[in-house]
Design a protein around this ligand. Structure first.
Ligand code: HEC
Length: 119
């Protein structure tokens, strides 16, 4: 019984610690995604896609606005695949194949997907 109590204590402690840590890393991920999206030397998504974020500066309109992403991409993996290589859906796409051409790291792509998924 004492072992069981100890086990429950450990499990509770682990849950208590992992909760806020997971939340913080999600926030960090979104911050990284925001930086990547708006930074001209990184993803530079803003040069083609407007987004309803107050930090958006001189957005372009060559691509569609990032809006209703959850509704339009219920499967987040499909959204990621679109970002990774837009030429799969449209071989003549002017959107650079971000993942295929190593324009961003896999981590940065995950982050930018998390960021746009909020809009
Ligand atoms: C040079 C312009 C350009 C850049 C830079 C660009 N895109 Fe695109 N993107 C487009 C165009 C144009 C489309 C429309 C579909 C097509 O033609 O492939 C598109 C489509 C998309 C779509 C699908 C939109 C929808 O309505 O379903 C997503 C998501 C997307 N882009 C995300 C991004 C992200 C994230 C970045 C930055 C990492 C980015 N794009 C950079 C031009 C661009």
């Amino acid at each position: 019984m004492r072992r069981l109590t100890a086990l429950i204590c450990v499990a509770t402690a682990v849950t208590a610690v992992s909760g806020p840590v997971a939340a913080a890393s999600q926030e960090e991920m979104i911050e990284l995604g925001r930086a990547v999206y708006h930074d001209k030397t990184r993803g530079n998504c803003i040069s083609c896609h407007n987004i309803n974020d107050p930090v958006a500066n001189l957005p372009g309109n060559q691509g569609p606005m990032m809006v209703a992403m959850k509704q339009r991409y219920p499967d987040k993996r499909k959204l990621r695949a679109q970002v990774w290589d837009a030429t799969v859906a449209n071989p003549l796409s002017i959107m650079p194949p971000i993942g295929k051409h190593w324009i961003l790291s896999e981590e940065e792509i995950d982050a930018v997907v998390e960021y746009i998924y909020q809009y």
